[in-house]
Design a protein around this ligand. Structure first.
Ligand SMILES: Nc1ncnc2c1ncn2[C@@H]1O[C@H](COP(=O)(O)OP(=O)(O)OP(=O)(O)O)[C@@H](O)[C@H]1O
Ligand SMILES: [Mg+2]
Length: 244
């Protein structure tokens, strides 16, 4: 996997807005800030809000769909069609039923020199999301560790088709309603590592903007750091890291 020119990281959740877009947007920004060329892909079947989280107004899904259905999707073209978000960060939106194959997007992104592809898959897995999952290196699964969030995650993880990608949990919105120890139990039961933990901080979440992206907003800085280091080999390891 390390030898591949691009890393593909997908974020998938279950119902109830566990923070799929929050995690995808923050991670994409963090990787770009580390000097990695990132293509963020919004492939949420229901609610495309990655552009909102990234403060972009222009994305051209029609252009992408047209080129893809004509079999013309190349690395150069995807670079041209993607909306520029920030230095080293671009965004495309893809819809189910557009005739765009998720694998073609990933291949074109790699050909286009993107060293990371970060996909917001939302919570509904259809053909497009399955195609992306088929070529994903890391699958991140945000979970809110309260009673409802854990139950939903437990069910979704139990029925998850075993894929070839590495999979990890991201505990999000950890606050007073978090069930103590239940996150460990969930991780153990499904044999998944916990990749990062984010506090529930509505005021910090409300302060996220283009000028101050999530990975630079105080309480979220460290977990986005850890997440970026864990999923991408080009992000320098922590200097004073401990092992294991
Ligand atoms: N750690 C956090 N602390 C406080 N608020 C958060 C946190 N993470 C996410 N939020 C907020 O929760 C809301 C839902 O997050 P987000 O849009 O990322 O969820 P989602 O899983 O993508 O949901 P959807 O199903 O709508 O796509 C947003 O308003 C976001 O700002
Ligand atoms: Mg979302």
């Amino acid at each position: 996997v390390n030898a591949l020119p691009g890393r593909v990281i997908a974020v998938l959740g279950c119902k109830g807005s566990p923070g799929v877009t929050f995690v995808a947007a923050g991670l994409a920004c963090r990787l770009a800030a580390a000097g990695v060329d990132v293509l963020a892909v919004d492939a949420d079947a229901e609610d495309r809000s990655l552009a909102v989280h990234l403060d972009v107004t222009r994305a051209d899904p029609e252009g992408l769909a047209r080129s893809a259905s004509l079999g013309l999707l190349t690395g150069d073209l995807i670079r041209h069609l993607a909306a520029a978000v920030a230095p080293r960060l671009w965004l495309v939106e893809v819809r189910d039923g557009d005739g765009v194959d998720g694998r073609a997007i990933v291949t074109a992104a790699r050909d286009g020199g993107f060293a990371a592809v970060v996909c917001d898959l939302g919570h509904q897995v259809g053909p497009l999301q399955r195609q992306v999952l088929a070529c994903t290196d890391w699958l991140l699964w945000p979970v809110i560790p309260d009673r409802v969030g854990l139950e939903r995650a437990d069910r979704a993880l139990a029925s998850r088709a075993a894929g070839s990608s590495s999979c990890g949990l991201v505990l999000n919105r950890m606050g007073r309603t978090a069930l103590k120890g239940a996150d460990h139990a969930l991780a153990e039961r499904h044999q998944l590592p916990v990749m990062a933990r984010f506090r529930d901080d509505a005021s910090a979440a409300g302060r996220i903007s283009a000028a101050r992206p999530a990975h630079r907003t105080r309480p979220f800085r460290r977990p986005f750091d850890e997440l970026a280091r864990a999923v991408h080999p080009r992000v320098a390891p922590a200097v004073r890291g401990t092992w294991p």
